[in-house]
Design a protein around this ligand. Sequence first.
Ligand code: ZN
Length: 329
Amino acid sequence: MPTDDLIENHEQTCRRSAALRTAPTIEHPPVVRSTPDAEIAALLSSLSRTRYSRFLSAITTPRTRHSLSPEFRSIMDFAATELEDAGYTVTRAPVSVGAGTSANLIAHLPGRGTDTRNPVLATAHLDSVNEAGRSLPAPGADDNASGSAGVLELGAVLAGRKWENDVVLILFGGEEQGLLGSIEYVEALTPEQRTQISAVINMDMIGRRNTAISGVMIEGGQNSQPLMNELVAAAGTYTQLSVTTSLNPFASDHVPFIDAGLPAVLTIEADDRANTDVHTDRDTLATVDPSLAMEILRMNLAVLATHLGVVRDGPLVNNEVVGAADWSA
Ligand SMILES: [Zn+2]
């Protein structure tokens, strides 16, 4: 039973309790194995398990990352510095959590395309929680340092190439109190921005191996089906992952995007409900398997890169001129 008075909607944020209420709709799509694209394969090879593990370790260092804690702010500062150093423009947006204020961190890398550009979003929640009480340790290693480190790792790799479309990376606050950061972000998007976004890939719990074979679940809504198909194909072509899918999105930051009709998915470790350590002091770094996270990042990066479009020949357009659109809502 949660005793944290700031968990405003426990059923909305706890995957286990929410899953118990709903009938499983998990499917096992056929494996799709295509010929790997050389450019994508080269990009995937620049993912670094060493760098990912450094991010993971840094994010799990404080005792808690409760949305309203000073430690949450410190880790957000760490992430901001990493992304700024990589070349992103970084902004923070306030997020109301009860009577307090948390934050979203938004990092933007404008594309070089001259026409309308279609941003891709990679997202994760940075906050953690211990349901037994706000003063107790909440290492949140799997939930969700694993996904937050994933955003930083994707950010490091994506900053090393020139893309046609915009990269937008978001670390949300207030997820554990009811998806508050993602709800506020989506509400602030203009109608034009909503039509431009081509993909939202959310990562929440990508590091605990609950199954004998490394596996991922891809979860989305009806509007996410093409994106889900792309992820299934990328998993078959570039990874050894066993893939399951679900059209019953719940309990993470992909939901507000899906509710707004956007093509959003959650990528999450297979059988996440088997991880009974989430939201306790047992969700520690020692229980995370970076090799599973790296496989999920390979799948996600292959699809993000395809949406972003590599800039090949021809003159580059000055970012100052075309990068004016504000994605930092
Ligand atoms: Zn989570």
